[in-house]
Write a protein that binds this ligand. Structure first.
Ligand code: IPE
Length: 244
């Protein structure tokens, strides 16, 4: 059983203050992960006020790259710092977590298509480790280095490892409808496109709409939920919104 869990950057950091951890939130998530047992678990975390702050400063995004080495080391360095915080909180709870830095394990071609090495992740899982990846920089043909988001990594990992379940832990309790109520199940993009404020399925510009569409294309069920539901997700329950 392979489970891919993404911890959103806004859940584990204080989004408005540069390079500030949300220590209580990260500790609670680490408690839930340690208590659940971690066989087959892959963790991915976002950037929050670590990566995004520097990426915004230097104008680097998933499509706009740079060759500026100072910019790239600032973005990658901040993400490694955040990764180290996540690893330490897991190690303190005896979770055998190992870092995997996507800058050294991924690339984008000239069409911006991402390739991620996953052999090392698969072998770590077989050996009982918990690989911990993160949003990062990625060498991008014709662009220098762009950003790879945690969500993109989740998609690549879920497909390559044939994941049984995928979880995206964010600050919201699920995908919300127009009345801010959690939509329990999404199995058809067109059926929810209006609710998500996306009028044309071919013109998704980002946000929850893009995320939902991406997750619908996976071969495995994906869940979007808030921090309180991580233990339920890891226990195999239906939590938040199920996208399948
Ligand atoms: C962003 O990762 C990583 C960098 C900016 C380098 P994500 O896009 O997955 O981060 P969050 O979860 O939205 O903060």
């Amino acid at each position: 059983m392979v489970v891919v869990l993404k911890l959103g950057g806004s859940v584990i950091t204080e989004k408005d203050r540069p390079e500030t951890l949300d220590g209580d939130s990260l500790a609670a998530l680490a408690d839930a992960i340690a208590a659940a047992g971690t066989e087959g678990l892959v963790v991915v975390h976002g950037g929050g006020s670590f990566g995004h702050h520097h990426a915004a400063d230097y104008g680097v995004s998933t499509t706009e790259g740079t060759h500026d080495i100072e910019a790239l080391m600032a973005i990658h360095g901040a993400m490694k710092t955040l990764n180290q915080f996540v690893l330490s909180r897991l190690h303190e709870r005896d979770v055998p977590a190992l870092p995997v830095h996507p800058l050294s394990a991924a690339a984008r071609d000239g069409n911006a298509d991402l390739t991620l090495m996953t052999e090392q992740v698969a072998t770590m899982l077989e050996e009982g480790f918990v690989p911990v990846l993160h949003g990062d920089g990625v060498a991008h043909a014709g662009e220098g280095v762009t950003v790879v988001s945690g969500d993109e990594l989740v998609t690549e990992l879920a497909t390559a490892l044939d994941a049984d379940r995928v979880g995206l832990c964010s600050t919201v309790p699920g995908v919300l409808d127009g009345d801010d109520k959690v939509i329990p199940v999404i199995d058809d993009f067109e059926a929810v496109a209006d609710l998500l404020g996306v009028s044309d399925a071919t013109d998704v510009t980002g946000g929850m709409g893009a995320k939902v569409r991406e997750l619908l294309g996976l071969g495995s069920p994906a869940y979007v939920f808030g921090p309180d539901a991580v233990d339920g997700f890891l226990a195999g329950d239906d939590v938040g919104t199920r996208i399948e």
